[in-house]
Design a protein around this ligand. Structure first.
Ligand code: ADP
Length: 295
């Protein structure tokens, strides 16, 4: 299976260029689309989910032209939008059954089996009679996946699914997602580096509508091996360091800023070499201070 995106561009009527000539090839497995808020992720996800038109470009999933054969794509698409609204007064079992009817699963027995299997898969079977309005954020997201999986989709798009989940709910949700990548193209759009690091075999970084990098997360980390240095500094000197070095991240540990910088050679000045992680790759891309090429 393959999703090919070629030169997609989208400018909103207010002049915001949400996508600038984005090209990507995405194969079976978990793909992480990483970028800060406003990067253009949802715009891209909505275009791929046939909910929005780009200005220019092509998107093809296997033999389906997404922009021209919308109905055909929808039959094989599972989409979990960023804002997943649920009907608060309906229970999960009833709503899933209803969605299955809409998706054309007409045989009652078959539908019942499917709904049961999806409730089990998403760990919601015990709460199947509970109204969705009483679900926690994590349960709603898992319900979102259950409805997205009806009709066995081969292209699954989840937009910012872990934002707002507590760590236990997040883990449960990511475990659920990771199983899906075996038999489908799964695109996980997120601004959370950890989500991509833990799950994805391939990823892209996007910012201000531009694709900055595509590749395997481990290769991306390898590409900055030996070039990341850290130092604990005094708060008052932070701006000075930012002027003098390529600061890619800053974190507070016990109230003290610890900065990571990129440098091809030992910067001295008390900096220590660190093993880079995906966050360093990501911030290096976002802040434009590194020319990273994954080959
Ligand atoms: P992300 O999902 O990465 O946060 P979006 O695709 O939602 O990014 O947004 C990309 C840019 O396009 C942002 O600057 C956002 O404000 C703008 N944008 C998104 N939707 C619209 C819209 N309907 N009209 C105008 N601007 C929009």
């Amino acid at each position: 299976m393959q999703l090919s995106i070629n030169n997609l561009s989208k400018t909103y009527s207010n002049g915001v260029e949400a996508l600038k000539n984005v090209s990507l090839t995405i194969k079976t497995g978990m793909f992480g689309l990483l970028g800060p808020n406003g990067a253009g992720k949802s715009t891209l996800m909505r275009i791929l989910a046939t909910l929005q038109e780009p200005d220019t470009g092509i998107a093809v999933f296997n033999d389906i032209n997404i922009l021209k054969e919308k109905d055909k794509l929808r039959k094989t698409l599972g989409y979990l939008p960023q804002e997943f609204g649920v009907y608060p007064k309906i229970n999960a079992e009833t709503l899933l059954n209803h969605v299955a009817v809409l998706k054309g699963i007409n045989k009652r027995g078959e539908r019942k089996e499917l709904v049961k299997a999806l409730l089990n898969k998403t760990n919601l079977y015990e709460q199947r009679k509970k109204n969705l309005g009483g679900y926690s954020g994590g349960m709603k997201q898992r319900f979102g996946i259950a409805q997205a999986l009806i009709a066995n989709p081969k292209l699954i798009i989840v937009d910012e699914p872990t934002a707002g989940l507590d760590p236990a709910e997040r883990n449960r949700f990511l475990n659920l997602l990771s199983e899906l990548g075996d038999h489908a193209v799964v695109i996980l759009s997120t601004h959370i580096v950890e989500d991509v690091k833990e799950l994805c075999t391939d990823m892209a970084v996007i910012n201000k509508g531009e694709l900055l990098l595509q590749g395997n997360p481990l290769d991306a980390i390898e590409s900055i091996q030996g070039r990341v240095w850290k130092k604990i500094i005094d708060k008052t000197t932070l701006s000075e360091y930012k002027t003098n070095f390529n600061v890619v991240s800053e974190k507070l540990i016990a109230g003290k800023p610890i900065i990571h910088i990129l440098s091809d050679t030992n910067p001295g000045d008390g900096f220590e070499s660190v093993t880079p992680d995906l966050e360093d790759v990501y911030f290096a891309q976002i802040f434009g201070s590194a020319e990273l090429a994954i080959t």
